[in-house]
Every structure is written in structure tokens, then in C-alpha cells.
Design a protein around this ligand. Structure first.
Ligand code: ZN
Length: 469
């Protein structure tokens, strides 16, 4: 499963246009790799208590199959956000499709360009009342007992199903280290409980007598490819991975490289695997109104999906690509064919002032009016700088998510099930059905039933035919 965090439908259209324009075409006719998949559907993203969701309740929906409250992960809507005591009752805990896969003898893993403890990947393994409790200091800061409500990093290392993941690749070292330990790149840990969870993860593998490796840079990642351990933990940044366009190419692997290592590792299990891959920074760039970064991160996700499709067979591997929620970037005006997707619209506002083809309803890109006039952002000479903020109408420190549907693209066995419009929490049930795992009806069991019916009916039909002779 591939997730573009915040990859709204206008983001797809703008990203494919940028991709085409980078190749010196007009652009609009281009396509992201997964846009060629045979089946496309639409998912409704609202959560139990929110019209417009966040990445935590949506992760609970598309990984655990149940809608929940905003900000919560892997717990039912009986648990309000921040309610540690309510989340202790295990009857509120949900299992993810990663756990369903493990229960069937398959393997599971997570890959993300965000922190591995961030909301989207945490949906695969955490049961927690607040997505921000990524380390014990955050639990304490909200006046809760971290022994009672274990933080997300602790859960990944020490509790099921995270402690069984064969591959964990992303960012977030600071959540795993004590506040008196400095990581490989000079950032201090955030934990107050003194735990060094990277060492504890390794100790756990030693105790279980399995091979393991911890890596923290691209070179190490590429070298393990030749001799893959049973368990691989890669944490490439203290927080999120850098944006692809701003990354240090020596220390930072691309999402496609991370995906390839994960698939090579997990493919060793003959029964198969569930892998979650997140392009986590599309969302962050949108929140900053930094549109080129958001589009480039979308193109990076497309490359990762392409790599996966090269490594896997359409006959036995289902690939689902979707997003958790939309954003409020709009693709607007009446620009001519081939117009710079990152440039000005051909149109002029009724106030006589030009505007950009891509802009936002809200966010930090708001410019105060000058002499009662909207600022002409198209005259800002640095508008092609990566850190330039697109125009936003409403001032907000962080741009908001959008409430519209997200696209779902499917390739491989049972892909046609993903057509149509449905609730986001149906997605893992469909994937589980196709994979013959999980608690619900399964493609394999109904196939078995059909085969059984045929076996039982054949003698009966023969008997009837003989009687009619
Ligand atoms: Zn967001």
C-alpha cells in the first residue's frame, strides 16, 4: 500500500503537469506512474468526529478498517483524543492489516519519508489516544503516565505488531533516544525515561537469535542490499527525511530506494507480505504553501510505486495507491495549454491584479493588503525558489487539510474491487479480502467454497442425468 500524505486530486493533476514540463512537454498530457493503473476509485475521508480529517484517524481507517476520532491511532471512537485512561482498555484497540498479515505467517514492514512514529505509519502498529505522543516526554507533558500509556516509539520497538516488522525505514531518531544522547548527525534525543530504543530494538533481536541491522545513512542502506538481515531498522534523520529537492544525496536515500530495499527484504517470505510506503512530506509542503516541494514529493512517490511494480508481479501482488486526505491548493484560472504550472495564470483578477495558476485558500502564504490592494505575487522575482510561499487568501500559520474525496488506484489481483466510491475504512478490508488475510470474508475462502460446491454438486448432477436417461 502506497500513501501520498495530503495527495489531493488537484495535487495529482498539478504534479503530472510539472513532471511533463520538466521533460520539456506542455505537461497536461503527462501522467504519474500509478495513474495508468486499471482501477480507480474515490474514498470519503471524514472521521467520526470531524468533517475534515487528520492523518491519524485516516490511518486508523485505511490500515485498521475502522473510522475513529481525529488525532487517535488504532483505537475505536470510544476513545476521545488525549484520553489515556480510556485507551488502556484493550477492547478499544484495533488491529491493523499489518497484524492480519503477520497472523497469517506473512511479513510486514513500513517505509516513510516522515518520522516512523508519525501518524500515518503509526497506524500500522500503535494503539494510542494521541498521535503526538511519539516519545514518553510528550505523554508526560500532557499529564499522563507513560508507563500506562506507552508512547509510539516504545510501542514500535516493544509491542506487537511493530516488534515483528521485518523492515522499518524512515526518519525520527530523536523519538528513540534519551535527552542526553546525541545522534549520528548531532541532534539530541527527546526521551526522558533514559531508554535508548535503537539499542533496545537490537537487544530484542539478539535475544530472539535473529539477524538484524541498524542503518542511519544511504550508503549503509545500499550496502545491506547485498546481505539483507532478518530485521532492518533504518532511521535516516532525527525528524522527517529532508525534502527530495533539498536532500543531501549522500546521506539521504530516496523513497524509491527505501521501497526497493523493503520489497527485496520482505519478498523472502514465500507466503508474501504487507508493506506500507508513505510519501509523507507532500502534506508538510502543502501546510507551508510551498507548492513545488509538494508536487515534487508526489513525483517521488510515483517513482517509488514504479520501482515496486518493476520488482513485483501483477499476477500475485496487489498495489494500492491512495491519499489520506486532501489539501486546499487550487488549480485555477484559464491558463493556456503548456503554461508554466508554477507560474502566473493568464487571467487577471477583477481587482486588476494577476494571480498564480496554483494558489491556496489559506496558510502562511497570506500577504497583507498594501494600500487596500491585494499583492501581485506574480511580480515576486523569487517565485521559482523552493521556499517561496504560494499566495493564500486566509492567514494561517499552517495551511489546512481539505475535506474532499481522495483517489484510490489499484493494480494486481482483485484490483476491480477498488472501483466506485466508498468509505476510506473499506480499503484495508478490500486489500485483506484480496490477500486472503484478516478477520472478514476472504477471497480464498469463498474460492474454496465454490470449489467445494462444485465437488458436492457434480455427483448430484450426474445422478440426475442418469435418472433422466
Ligand atoms: Zn497534514
Amino acid at each position: 500500500m502506497f500513501l501520498g500524505d495530503g495527495m489531493s486530486i488537484p495535487t495529482l493533476a498539478a504534479a503530472r503537469t510539472l513532471l511533463g514540463q520538466r521533460e520539456n512537454h506542455t505537461g497536461e498530457e503527462s501522467h504519474l506512474f500509478f495513474e495508468t493503473f486499471p482501477t480507480i476509485g474515490l474514498a470519503k475521508t471524514y472521521c467520526v468526529d470531524s468533517q475534515i480529517p487528520d492523518s491519524a484517524c485516516t490511518a486508523t481507517a485505511y490500515l485498521c478498517g475502522v473510522k475513529a476520532n481525529r488525532g487517535t491511532l488504532g483505537v475505536t471512537a470510544e476513545v476521545p483524543r488525549w484520553d489515556c485512561p480510556a485507551s488502556v482498555d484493550t477492547s478499544s484497540h484495533l488491529e491493523s492489516i499489518a497484524a492480519w498479515a503477520l497472523a497469517d505467517g506473512r511479513d510486514a514492514g513500513i517505509v516513510t519519508t516522515a518520522r516512523v512514529t508519525h501518524a500515518s505509519p503509526a497506524g500500522a502498529y500503535a494503539n494510542i489516544a494521541n498521535r503526538d505522543w511519539e516519545n514518553d516526554a510528550e505523554v508526560r507533558a500532557d499529564q499522563h503516565d507513560p508507563e500506562l500509556c506507552r508512547d509510539i516509539a516504545y510501542q514500535l520497538v516493544h509491542t506487537y505488531p511493530g516488534n515483528q516488522f521485518k523492515v522499518i525505514l524512515g526518519g525520527g531518531r530523536r523519538e528513540f533516544l534519551p535527552n542526553d544522547v546525541v545522534d549520528e548527525e548531532g541532534t539530541t534525543g527527546r526521551r526522558l525515561d533514559g531508554r535508548h530504543l535503537i539499542e533496545e530494538w537490537q537487544m530484542d533481536k539478539i535475544m530472539r537469535n535473529v539477524s538484524y541491522q541498524y542503518v542511519w545513512n544511504r550508503e549503509q542502506l545500499l550496502s545491506v542490499d547485498n546481505d539483507l538481515p532478518d530485521y532492518l531498522l533504518g532511521l535516516f534523520e532525527a525528524s522527517h527525511l529532508q525534502y527530495n529537492l533539498q536532500a543531501n544525496n549522500y546521506t539521504e536515500p530516496t523513497l524509491a530506494e527505501l521501497t526497493e530495499t523493503a520489497i527485496r527484504s520482505l519478498s523472502r517470505n514465500k507466503k508474501g507480505f504487507f508493506l506500507f510506503v508513505e510519501g509523507g512530506r507532500i502534506d508538510h509542503a502543502h501546510h507551508e504553501n510551498q507548492v513545488e516541494l509538494a508536487l515534487d514529493e508526489t513525483i517521488e512517490l510515483s517513482k517509488a510505486v514504479n520501482r515496486a511494480a518493476e520488482l513485483l508481479s501483477e499476477d500475485d501482488s496487489l498495489i494500492v495507491v491512495t491519499s489520506d486526505h486532501a489539501h486546499v491548493m487550487s488549480f485555477n484560472g484559464y491558463t493556456h495549454r503548456g503554461g508554466d504550472i508554477l507560474g502566473p495564470s493568464d487571467g487577471i483578477g477583477d481587482d486588476g491584479i494577476p494571480y498564480m495558476t496554483l494558489s491556496y485558500t489559506n496558510g502562511p502564504g497570506y500577504r497583507p493588503y498594501v494600500d487596500n490592494h491585494r499583492v501581485d505575487v506574480t511580480s515576486e522575482e523569487n517565485y521559482r525558489d523552493l521556499n517561496w510561499r504560494s499566495h493564500a487568501e486566509i492567514p494561517l500559520a499552517s495551511e489546512t487539510h481539505g475535506g474532499e474525496d481522495v483517489a484510490v488506484f489499484a493494480w494486481g489481483p482483485q484490483n476491480t474491487m477498488f472501483s466506485g466510491m466508498y468509505e476510506q475504512n473499506q480499503i484495508p478490508h478490500l486489500m485483506a479480502y484480496a490477500a486472503c488475510i484478516g478477520p472478514g470474508r476472504q477471497a480464498c475462502s469463498s474460492a474454496t467454497t465454490n470449489a467445494l460446491t462444485a465437488v458436492l454438486l457434480t455427483p448430484l448432477l450426474l445422478l440426475i442425468r442418469n435418472m433422466l436417461k
